[in-house]
Ligand binder design. Structure first.
Ligand SMILES: Cc1cc2nc3c(=O)[nH]c(=O)nc-3n(C[C@H](O)[C@H](O)[C@H](O)COP(=O)(O)OP(=O)(O)OC[C@H]3O[C@@H](n4cnc5c(N)ncnc54)[C@H](O)[C@@H]3O)c2cc1C
Length: 512
């Protein structure tokens, strides 16, 4: 009889009982693997729903949208891609045409946009190669912006006509990196840029939203685990703190719950703010990891229209805008955007069967703080609506075929995220790697190791394999990894069976 079966047939009260704090993809996957290995599992989730930073909302016009993740980063050997296929979730990808408005609000000719966009991505690829090769000797203070500034003079020489403008545009375009990591370009560590590299393959937009994948990942957990919703953990105690030798938690409503092992999947931003929740204190190396790794603030604003007017050829030059579009360092939005933050959008009107006439704006850094804090402070929905439409009008009104007097060009609905205001998301979006970081890889490994001796394990996107840090796949793998380590702890010394009980796990490319 294998170990999993032995555990299954034990009196339920004697089966090892594993507590999981948080029901995002890390917690859900961890629970699934533990259940399949015969453990008793209880999830403590502060929200009234599963999924954490994967969640959906309906726009007032009925359209379902993703509030958190909506890209699949990498299609090769990615278990999330397998789930996308299994659930027949629609995905989208756009061709590479580059729609870029310069600082005066003029749409660059397509060839110029494509040339600059290709240069930006070539420099990013070279920065990855440089960081991979020379990481240990790169000055921790050096940023990706520094790398761009050095490269731009090599790639656009003084001999090229209009070189100064071309260099300026390229450096402005490079700022779009902020939409990937949630923090500005000058804060991106070059030394640890390699930690931003993704799984191989394409980046696909989850056009049908993540909701069916979430349902699929949740189902076995709903069927097999105890789930306590609206249960917020405020104190976490290791095994050495009790005579029973069990780990336990206290919740904000005064419950004390004991477990054989406890997996904490709270976001990195939450850990940063709640280090004192742990008794005994987390080891110094783990605390340093938590403090050292950055946490970004990507936010999204969806704005819907009656039709995707930007896909109608412009009466003047026949241009349409498909896929991504950027408005660089705008000089023409002084009232609403005096700091001239870059604005980027992906239009969702050309997603085949899943298309809807919506623009999805991405913001990061100070712009995210400005938008979320302003919206939070506005007292009525009417004022919030007016603010959002006015704030983004300088940009959407520059899209081809926009006509102020045409009702099809008037926004009908919007949704703005506020992860910065969400303490259960750690008041931010996901981990990133900032200038000044000295030992980023070791920081991740320290967090990933957790404190098994105390029965305290850490999982979540910030503890993922390096190729998937900060992503849905990374969160999923991190949960799987911890479950496997816990199973190994309980079946220690029975090598053959140890391998067998892990059957059924897939895509577990654990590094570090
Ligand atoms: C705006 C945005 C866009 C993103 N875009 C992408 C993308 O396109 N592609 C991609 O791959 N990734 C993206 N991500 C990142 C991705 O969503 C996360 O990496 C992943 O969902 C994290 O999963 P997790 O399980 O680690 O954490 P979470 O999903 O945050 O789960 C943690 C859970 O713990 C709960 N919790 C927190 N504190 C407590 C407590 N004290 N007691 C009880 N429960 C608690 C929370 O409510 C939450 O449910 C994005 C994230 C954001 C915010």
């Amino acid at each position: 009889m294998d170990q999993a079966l032995k555990l299954e047939t034990l009196d339920p009260s004697r089966r090892p009982h594993i507590g999981i704090v948080g029901a995002g993809f890390a917690g859900l996957r961890c629970a699934d693997v533990l259940l399949r290995n015969g453990f008793r599992v209880t999830i403590l989730e502060a929200r009234n729903r599963l999924g954490g930073r994967i969640s959906q909302e309906r726009l007032p016009n009925g359209q379902l949208i993703d509030v958190g993740a909506n890209w699949i980063h990498g299609t090769t050997d990615n278990p999330i891609m397998d789930l996308v296929k299994e659930t027949k979730t629609a995905t989208g990808v756009w061709d590479s045409s580059s729609n870029i408005f310069d600082e005066d609000g003029r749409l660059l000719p397509l060839e110029e946009g494509e040339k600059l966009s290709t240069l930006v991505w070539n420099i990013i690829e070279d920065a990855f190669a440089y960081s991979n090769k020379y990481g240990p000797s790169i000055d921790p203070g050096k940023s990706l912006l520094d790398f761009f500034q050095e490269e731009v003079v090599k790639r656009i020489p003084d001999t090229e006509e209009g070189y100064e403008r071309q260099r300026r545009l390229l450096l402005q375009m490079a700022e779009l990196w902020g939409s990937f990591v949630g923090s500005p370009l000058n804060m991106q560590s070059l030394k640890f840029f390699w930690l931003e590299e993704c799984i191989e393959g394409e980046n696909l937009f989850c056009a049908g939203t993540y909701n069916k994948v979430l349902e699929k990942v949740s189902q076995p957990v709903i069927d097999g685990a105890n789930i306590y919703y609206r249960t917020r953990v405020s104190e976490i105690y290791g095994k050495s703190m009790t005579q029973t030798g069990l780990a336990h938690v206290k919740t904000t409503d005064g419950q004390v719950i004991e477990f054989d092992e406890l997996v904490v999947t709270c976001p990195l931003g939450w850990l940063k703010q709640n280090l004192e929740a742990f008794s005994p204190p987390l080891p110094d190396r783990v605390c340093r990891g938590i403090r050292n790794i950055g946490y970004g603030c990507l936010e999204k604003v969806y704005i819907s229209f009656p039709t995707a007017f930007w896909l109608n050829p412009s009466p003047s030059d026949g241009r349409i805008v498909q896929g991504f579009c950027q408005w660089l360092t705008p000089s023409y939005a002084q009232n609403t955007n005096p700091k001239r933050w870059l604005t980027e959008v992906v239009e969702l009107g050309s997603l085949g069967a899943a298309a809807h006439p919506t623009l999805l704006f991405y913001t990061f850094g100070d712009q995210s703080h400005h938008l979320t804090s302003t919206l939070r402070a506005l007292p009525s929905n009417k004022e919030k609506d007016a603010f959002v439409y006015e704030y983004f009008k300088p940009y959407y009104s520059r899209l081809p075929s926009y006509d102020e007097s045409n009702v099809n060009c008037q926004p009908t609905a919007y949704f703005a995220t506020d992860w910065l205001g969400d303490d259960l998301a750690g008041n931010g979006s996901y981990c990133n790697f900032r200038t000044g970081l000295l030992d980023g890889d070791k920081d991740i490994i320290a967090m990933r190791n957790g404190v098994p001796g105390e029965g305290i394990w850490l999982a979540g996107e910030h503890t993922a394999p390096f190729v998937a840090l900060g992503t849905v796949t990374g969160a999923y793998w991190s949960g799987e990894h911890v479950a496997r380590r816990i199973a190994q702890t309980y079946f220690r010394g029975k090598g053959e069976e140890k391998e067998r009980v892990l059957d059924g796990e897939k895509g577990c490319h654990i590094q570090g």
